[in-house]
Design a binder for this molecule. Sequence first.
Ligand SMILES: CC(C)(COP(=O)(O)OP(=O)(O)OC[C@H]1O[C@@H](n2cnc3c(N)ncnc32)[C@H](O)[C@@H]1OP(=O)(O)O)[C@@H](O)C(=O)NCCC(=O)NCCS
Length: 171
Amino acid sequence: MSGTRSITAATPEHTSGILALLRAAFESSAESELVADLLADPADPMVSLVALEGDEVIGLALFTPVTIDDAWVAMGFAPLAVHPDHQARGVGSRLTRDGLDACNALGHRTVFVLGDPAYYPRFGFEPACPLGYRCEWVAPGDEHEAAFMVRGHDAARTPGFVRYHPAFDRF
Ligand SMILES: CC(C)(COP(=O)(O)OP(=O)(O)OC[C@H]1O[C@@H](n2cnc3c(N)ncnc32)[C@H](O)[C@@H]1OP(=O)(O)O)[C@@H](O)C(=O)NCCC(=O)NCCS
């Protein structure tokens, strides 16, 4: 990484840059609308990290709370985005690792993600359905099952239905 790049907690001054980044990184506007809502009315707890190059926001990692069978709380990792001009240079990996560390510091070792099964296992994520987790977007046996992953599964906790923050209902 060049010396001008840094990872830092998002502040209100980053919001317009974050939304521009999301519009560039995703085909649909759903992600930028989701994040606009969450930045205006943050979930508690929430981890939002930006990658900066100079003053420009080139990456975002967001973590919001999820409930499991309304019995315990973990974190959901979404979205992760790196501006197309800055991809494949380690920015997404650094955002992911720093974000997982920040969740851990908040006492949340267990983190769920819905994403590319070729990308997330390198950070310790493993398939969630075989461990007994479910969520509203993935059913065991369907073609997207492998996209639903968990990191830091705690054998002392009972797996169950993972419900994301209501802002995710738009998906
Ligand atoms: C997915 C994404 C965040 C990765 O960020 P990035 O900064 O490009 O990733 P990194 O540079 O840290 O990638 C590290 C490695 O992952 C690989 N990689 C990147 N994206 C990948 C993908 N979608 N699938 C598989 N491997 C991927 C890179 O080739 C690289 O491999 P290497 O270490 O063997 O060279 C970025 O491509 C992106 O924003 N994509 C569009 C939005 C999106 O799909 N977000 C994820 C869903 S919420």
